[in-house]
Design a protein around this ligand. Structure first.
Ligand code: HEC
Ligand code: HEC
Ligand code: HEC
Length: 128
């Protein structure tokens, strides 16, 4: 009678090679520090959680489009990955962690076209 407790890891870094492959973002940093985003991104974007509730983190209104503008990048085929694909930033972890969200039944899962023409990407940054 071994009790197995399944905990969704929120500190991915400790999971060795079992980590999901998270597509790299555009830009130098996120709207909040990366480890905060890793654990608390839902607090910034869930409709019903835009009041302060969690560990004193003050949430503001964020637009999903902004998130996607940095995080959803075209693949080698010139197409945006769509949410059902684990190559879509938001699903890279969710598919791994079996998190289900319905956001993209209403919201677009790719950035608006104008945002995606990033020919002005001013600084060096992450040209790997
Ligand atoms: C039933 C349709 C529906 C679903 C499902 C839905 N939303 Fe929304 N969402 C809306 C509408 C309508 C607005 C208001 C749009 C506006 O203000 O332009 C909105 C606004 C937002 C905004 C702020 C403005 C923006 O456009 O980004 C965020 C962030 C957001 N939703 C995130 C989410 C997330 C995260 C989920 C999934 C947990 C979700 N939504 C699911 C309909 C939906
Ligand atoms: C200006 C570009 C930009 C915007 C806008 C942005 N991010 Fe980020 N985000 C980043 C960068 C850069 C990182 C650091 C990880 C990386 O380099 O890929 C990051 C990290 C993250 C992580 C952690 C990923 C990991 O590797 O563990 C999550 C989750 C995240 N962002 C969600 C969001 C959400 C949700 C929004 C919208 C509210 C958003 N981001 C808006 C650039 C952005
Ligand atoms: C670094 C991995 C990672 C990335 C990238 C990521 N998520 Fe998550 N997300 C999670 C995990 C893990 C959970 C469940 C955590 C929990 O319940 O505490 C979660 C939960 C959520 C929830 C709450 C679901 C619920 O019903 O409570 C929403 C909404 C959400 N993510 C939206 C997004 C969106 C939108 C993106 C892309 C902009 C995104 N996530 C990118 C790991 C990630």
């Amino acid at each position: 009678m071994a009790a197995v407790v399944v905990v969704i890891p929120v500190g991915w870094a400790i999971a060795g090679d079992l980590v999901p492959e998270i597509p790299p973002a555009k830009g130098e940093h996120c709207v909040e520090p990366t480890d905060v985003m890793r654990r608390h991104h839902m607090d910034f974007i869930l409709h019903q959680r835009d009041e302060t509730m969690h560990r004193g983190i003050r949430t503001e209104k964020f637009e999903l489009e902004e998130c996607l503008g940095c995080h959803v990048r075209k693949g080698p085929d010139g197409e945006y990955p769509r949410y059902p694909s684990p190559k879509h930033f938001c699903n890279s972890c969710h598919s791994y962690a079996a998190v289900h969200i319905d956001c993209f039944s209403c919201h677009n899962d790719v950035p608006p076209e104008e945002e995606s023409e990033d020919s002005d990407s001013s600084d060096g940054g992450s040209a790997e």
